[in-house]
Structure formats: structure tokens, C-alpha cells
Design a protein around this ligand. Structure first.
Ligand code: PMP
Length: 373
């Protein structure tokens, strides 16, 4: 089935095969042997054997896909990335004995800026490096980060969904001589590429970009960091409790977990994360090549840290913005309008976007530029 290409930044395009399977199973879910159970996944108790099977398969497929080491817990939570901006400091800001709760922040765009602001409610939160003075077109050199010795962790956003700035490798804090933990908001990066878990203490992200529908939040955390939540931490957000109850301390987002599980199976069929990463590199290169070769479009981000997932681009003649979006829609290229805080355009190229979709966008852009004269 051919549908328009959807470049939304999230909730975003899902693989068609996943949507089709979910539709087929909506009324009556079949187990691995094809035996139907008389109910759909939305209607199952989260404590029943059918849902436990779905949950356990999703966790084990994700662990395999992302090569998550055995000493990390995979937690399925709710509240999205923004809730984690509070939940992380509530759980991890007091890791250091005899030191006040404290966390450092590297600000590379709107999302990490928001994270630093929220954390101030719960601990001493300090921005230790920022790209704001340059309008977030590059990531401050790791060696320039003024990490505080008594801070429990440093927070980064590995891919800034609005500004299109991505860490292409995670900072190696141990090599810097720092014992601080690395916390990563990987909302718009997770499952697009391999992860070096040896550099990570905790990663979190909303599912609605690369993992599945909105409503599910993924947290991957090294287990030795658990059990030191601030006393004010709500029980449902205490990672230790969530881990002890296998993400079922309270009712988890069951349908979103099921959908994410189907996405994980689809990712395995695509050849796993290394294969999907190669495809993502090819897609991003095609679009940046098109932008750089044009005299109408530009992307301001330094080539070293341009995002593979979210490509913001601007028309040098802003008066053409509406015509561009209308023409794109007519060409079956949807949701290309940039975030309202920065304007322009943004093409999000998550895993479910095929190369053919990016080619269609590149062809449209080239054609639009030629015709505008
Ligand atoms: N962090 C990043 C990098 C994001 O892109 C987003 C949402 N676009 C958020 C956090 C906020 O996530 P949510 O809307 O799930 O709270």
C-alpha cells in the first residue's frame, strides 16, 4: 500500500507492516502459535499471561536490538521526555554521599535547555556548557565542559529534535578524568544507531519517534544507580520501585508497549540496528547533499553535528514558505513545517521513513527551486 510520506517529528510515521499487523490483531490477538484469545491487546489485564508474554518479548527484543548489557534495567514508564526531566533528578541527583543533590547540564538546543530548567526544582542544576550564544549550531567541545566534581551526573540531549544537532558519539567522561554519570535524553535518537553503553548511566526517551506510539517512555538505567531517590520522589516514578515491579508498579501503557514490540520485531527483520543505521546515514546524506547543492535552501548546523533524524532547513526567500508546504503536500510529502520556535522547514527521517521518501522530498525540493525563478 502506498501512502504519502510523513516527515513529522513525532508522533511520527510508523512502519506500514506494523500498522497492518496491529489492525489485523485489533479485535482478537493471536499468540505465537496463532491461537486467538478472544480479546484485543487493549482489553487485556496487564497481569494476565497474554500481556506478560507481549511485555517480556518486547523487553528481550529491545535488549537484543540495542545490545543493552545485563546490568542495565529496561523500564517502560509514562509521562514522556518532559516528565523524565523531573524524574531523573528526583532519582539520580543525590548519588554522591555527603554532597547536596546536584546535576550538570550541557545545553545544545531547546530540549536540553528545558531539562536544565526543570531540574532546578529538585537539585542544584548548573549549565556547564551551552551553544546558545551561537544559536545552537554546534556542540561545545567536551574538553570545555566545566563539570562539577560534586555533581551526580551530567545531562545531554543526544539529538536536539528542534535544532537538528546530534552527538555522533557519546562523550567519554572517564577519559576526561570525571567520575560523573552520563544521562542522555535519547528521545529522537534511540534505535536509529548503535549505543556505547559503557559511557552511559541512564538514557530516556518518549517512544513516539522511533519506537512506537506516544504514551510509552523508555528508560534504560545501570542498576547500581537505583535506590537513591530523593524522599519527595513519587513512588510511581521511583526507578527502583518500577524496576522491582518489572514496570508494573502501576498499570503500564499496555497498547503502546505492544505496538513498540511490533516495531522491535520489524527492526530485527530489517537486519537490526547496524543495518538501520546504514540506511539512516544514506537518507540523511541524500537530504543534506540536496540542501547544500541548492541556492534556495540552507541548514545552519555545523556538518560535524548535523542530525540524521531531524533535518531543519530554511528557504532563503521566506515568502515562499507557504507555497513550498502546499506544493509538498500536493506531492504527498506531509508535515514538513518547522517547529514554531525556529520556523522554516523540518524533515524528520526516523527509521520508518524509506529512502524512497527522502528521494521524493529531494526531487520535490530541486523541482520547486527550479520552478520558482
Ligand atoms: N526531548 C526531546 C529530545 C524531544 O524531542 C521531546 C519531544 N519532541 C521531548 C524531550 C519531550 O518529550 P514528550 O513530549 O514526550 O514529553
Amino acid at each position: 500500500m502506498q501512502r504519502p510520506y510523513n516527515f513529522s517529528a513525532g508522533p511520527a510515521m510508523m512502519p506500514i507492516a506494523v500498522l497492518a499487523q496491529a489492525a489485523e490483531e485489533m479485535l482478537d490477538w493471536p499468540d505465537a502459535n496463532g491461537v486467538r484469545c478472544g480479546m484485543g491487546v487493549m482489553e487485556m489485564s496487564h497481569r494476565g499471561s497474554q500481556f506478560i508474554t507481549i511485555y517480556e518479548q518486547a523487553v528481550s527484543d529491545l535488549r537484543e536490538l540495542l545490545a543493552v548489557p545485563a546490568d542495565f534495567k529496561i523500564l517502560f514508564m509514562q509521562g514522556g521526555g518532559l516528565a523524565e526531566n523531573a524524574i531523573v533528578p528526583l532519582n539520580l541527583s543525590a548519588l554522591r554521599a555527603n554532597a547536596p543533590a546536584a546535576a550538570d547540564f550541557v545545553v545544545t538546543g531547546s530540549w536540553s535547555e528545558k531539562s536544565a530548567l526543570e531540574a532546578q526544582k529538585y537539585c542544584s542544576a548548573q549549565v556547564v556548557a551551552s551553544g546558545a550564544a551561537e544559536q545552537f549550531i554546534r556542540i561545545p567541545e567536551v574538553a570545555s565542559w566545566r563539570l562539577r566534581e560534586h555533581a551526580s551526573y551530567v545531562h545531554i540531549c543526544s539529538n536536539e529534535t528542534i535544532h537538528g544537532v546530534e552527538f555522533h558519539s557519546l562523550p567519554d567522561l572517564k577519559a576526561l578524568g570525571s567520575s560523573t554519570e552520563l544521562v542522555v535524553d535519547f528521545s529522537s535518537q534511540i534505535a536509529s544507531r548503535t549505543v556505547d553503553w559503557s559511557r552511559v548511566g541512564l538514557g530516556f526517551g518518549g517512544a513516539q519517534k522511533n519506537l512506537g506510539p506516544a504514551g510509552l517512555t523508555l528508560v534504560v538505567v545501570r542498576e547500581d544507580l537505583l535506590g537513591r531517590a530523593l524522599p519527595i520522589c513519587p513512588s510511581a516514578f521511583d526507578y527502583q520501585k518500577v524496576a522491582d515491579h518489572h514496570s508494573m508498579y502501576n498499570t503500564p501503557p499496555t497498547y503502546a508497549i505492544y505496538m513498540a514490540g511490533l516495531v522491535f520485531k520489524w527492526l530485527k527483520q530489517q537486519g537490526g540496528i547496524a543495518a538501520i543505521e546504514r540506511a539512516n546515514v544514506a537518507k540523511a546524506e541524500l537530504l543534506y547533499r540536496t540542501i547544500d547543492a541548492s541556492s534556495l535552501y540552507f541548514n545552519p548546523v555545523h556538518p560535524d553535528c548535523r542530525s540524521r533524524m531531524n533535518v531543519p532547513f530554511f528557504l532563503r526567500e521566506e515568502r515562499l514558505n507557504d507555497a513550498f508546504l502546499e506544493g509538498a503536500k500536493a506531492a504527498c510529502l506531509l508535515q514538513l513545517k518547522g517547529h514554531k520556535s525556529v520556523g522554516g522547514m523540518r524533515a524528520s527521517l526516523y527509521n520508518a521513513m524509506p529512502l524512497a521518501g527522502v528521494q521524493a522530498l529531494a526531487d520535490f525540493m530541486t523541482d520547486f527551486e527550479r520552478k520558482r525563478a
